[in-house]
Design a protein. Structure first.
Length: 132
């Protein structure tokens, strides 16, 4: 349906346990970074500007994560974020973490759009159109 966004990442020592294996919760940080970069690229504004100018904030409503294989210290990873479904109040994403072509983690993430009071709000039409 939509073009995907690519985000490259290198695993540092701080991302791993004593055995050099990436700690599972760190994948949530990695996919968050990838989503943030996608928003910066698609909208051409930061999350702070999104909040200030449009009173809109993306929050994670749900995240279903499947861990298939481990990443290790100094691995180079690529995170692909694809928009599966979109509306002005919700965004469903598929995020895949790969080492070269090897699939390590798959996450289905649903984002909701809320205002500064935490109430569901609509993404402005001009921004919604940029979600390709």
């Amino acid at each position: 349906m939509n073009s995907s966004h690519q985000f490259d990442l290198r695993i540092y020592y701080e991302d791993t346990d004593v055995g050099g294996v990436v700690y599972y919760a760190n994948y949530l940080k990695f996919i968050e970074r990838a989503r943030t970069e996608m928003i910066y690229e698609r909208f051409g504004i930061s999350h702070q500007e999104l909040k200030k100018k449009h009173n809109a904030i993306f929050v994670v409503r749900s995240c279903n994560t499947k861990y298939l294989k481990s990443a290790f210290f100094e691995d180079k990873l690529k995170i692909t974020t694809s928009i599966v479904k979109k509306s002005q109040v919700r965004l469903n994403l598929l995020q895949e973490v790969k080492r070269k072509e090897e699939l390590l983690v798959v996450a289905e993430v649903e984002l909701a759009v809320v205002n500064s009071k935490g109430l569901v709000t609509k993404l402005p039409e001009e921004l919604f159109k940029k979600l390709k």
